[in-house]
Design a protein around this ligand. Structure first.
Ligand SMILES: Cc1cc2nc3c(=O)[nH]c(=O)nc-3n(C[C@H](O)[C@H](O)[C@H](O)COP(=O)(O)OP(=O)(O)OC[C@H]3O[C@@H](n4cnc5c(N)ncnc54)[C@H](O)[C@@H]3O)c2cc1C
Length: 442
């Protein structure tokens, strides 16, 4: 046990984790708290907001034009809706505008900063934090949090953490009247979100979900599978998850990318958590299946008609005219045992059926996923059932608030995960600050 002679730093509100949700919570806590309150945001990372900076390929997809609970999974959608509606998309747009960052809407409905710079988004967040009077301390990795004192929490720095602590703040212990846990999940662990949030939640009495797994993650295929030979091809496709009885469970249509390890792109990322969850839930031998439709814009009947009318046009040319990329067309024909140069009109009925099947319903023998290192978000976490949704205060530990990815909420690609961070951070920040006066003395 480390001996620290100095008295602990006294904070009114300590936010653990200064990512998207933590910074937002700190801003709203400091804006709402009585004058002179000490709001502190602690983060173990050397680079603050690393995830904001890498988001959206460096452009930061801040939110989506249409956000509703159907774009999320994890805890009940009803619970998710209750939090989302407390801080909606127009409020997000207004917040960033007020901080000098105008957002633009792209055709897909995603909202990005007009400057296309994630740095501007991070600048708006850190600027708002400072202006509101909250202090960000980093690197300062929290090793433990407990309720060892009567009127709040004891937070202890992880002294084994390799990054030297913030020189201007050399306290090892903090006494905080309120704690907001915003330590994120496990996706992209090198940014500092390595699952410590779950341990801290457990230490404070919570039970995160039994299953915590990567979501929005590329999927792998067996080495040498023909799709891995198509690395670099991108096309709009539908990925569909079916039960072992063939029932459609989930499907997403979006740009799909073939890679040297398997498949990626927004549609694949979106379906990945449903595939993994279904696989974990299915009894042995009852594995779910993933299928890809390379030509979602054309029905099987229309495709059948096109192939029947193909006449002397080569199979390769006919498929490219659909349109399918040249390499994919060639690979599909090879899979069906057809000569690319053979005239389309010569296809037998069965051969035509097989070709349609290969185009509209290629099975993907998924071997796994690329793991947390390549995932954008975490599925699982602290269930919303353990949290009061009107305040994001813990139901098991009064004075503790939770927000962001540490909660059992994960959204689709498109800005939904940040919107969850903004909304839940806003609720936790405002409510924790109000509670300082609601029941003064903690
Ligand atoms: C590559 C990538 C791209 C993405 N792009 C988008 C996008 O464009 N749009 C979108 O909506 N979402 C995107 N996401 C998802 C989004 O970034 C996250 O859902 C969001 O950042 C979660 O916010 P958070 O604050 O809850 O967690 P995090 O952003 O993970 O922040 C948690 C913070 O807690 C700190 N921390 C952890 N443990 C401790 C500890 N013990 N002590 C102190 N500090 C600690 C970490 O250092 C970290 O800074 C992307 C994610 C990735 C990985």
């Amino acid at each position: 046990m480390l001996h620290d002679a100095r008295p602990p730093f006294a904070a009114d509100i300590a936010v653990i984790g200064a990512g998207a949700a933590g910074l937002f919570a700190a801003i709203w806590a400091a804006r709402t708290a009585p004058r002179g309150s000490r709001v502190l945001a602690l983060d173990g990372a050397r680079t603050l907001g690393a995830k904001v900076l890498v988001a959206g390929g460096g452009r930061c997809n801040v939110t989506h034009h249409e956000v509703d609970e159907r774009q999320y999974a994890g805890s009940s959608r009803n619970a998710i809706r209750k939090v989302l509606r407390r801080f909606d998309v127009p409020q997000t747009v207004a917040f960033f505008r007020e901080m000098g960052v105008e957002l633009k809407r792209e055709e897909s409905g995603k909202l990005f900063p007009v400057s296309d710079s994630a740095r501007d988004v991070l600048g708006a967040l850190t600027g708002a934090t400072a202006r509101a009077g909250a202090r960000v301390v980093h690197p300062w990795r929290v090793g433990a949090a407990s309720t060892d004192i009567a009127d709040g929490f004891v937070i202890t720095r992880d002294v084994s953490w390799p990054h030297a602590p913030d020189a201007s703040f050399n306290h090892v212990r903090i006494h905080a009247r309120r704690v907001i846990l915003a330590a994120g999940g496990m996706a992209l662990p090198k940014t500092g979100s390595d699952g410590a949030g779950y341990s801290l939640a457990r230490a404070l009495g919570h039970e995160p979900t039994e299953r915590i797994f990567p979501a929005l993650v590329p999927l792998t295929l067996p080495a040498g599978h023909w799709i891995t030979g198509l690395s670099g091809i991108t096309l709009p496709a539908t990925v569909e998850l079916r039960s072992n009885t063939g029932k459609r469970l989930e499907s997403f249509t979006n740009s799909t990318l073939c890679t040297h390890f398997g498949v990626s792109g927004p549609g694949v990322l979106d379906i990945s958590r449903y595939y993994t969850a279904a696989k974990m839930e299915s009894p042995e031998g009852g594995l779910p299946g993933l299928f890809i439709d390379w030509l979602p814009s054309m029905s099987e009947e229309a495709l059948d008609g096109t192939l029947r009318m193909g006449g002397s046009l080569s199979l390769q040319r006919t498929l490219q005219n659909l349109p399918l990329p040249e390499r994919l067309a060639r690979a599909i024909l090879e899979q069906c045992g057809q000569e690319p140069g053979a005239p389309c009109g010569r296809l037998s009925r069965e051969a035509r059926r097989a070709l349609i099947q290969a185009i509209k319903s290629t099975p993907l023998p998924v071997t796994g996923d690329r793991g947390f290192t390549h995932a954008e978000v975490t599925a699982g976490g602290v269930p919303l059932a353990q949290i009061r949704l009107e305040t994001m205060e813990s139901r098991v530990r009064p004075g503790l608030y939770l927000c962001g990815e540490v909660c059992d909420v994960d959204g689709r690609v498109g800005g939904f995960n940040f919107q969850w961070a903004w909304a839940s951070g806003y609720v936790a920040g405002c409510a924790s600050a109000r509670s300082l006066t609601d029941h003064a003395g903690g």
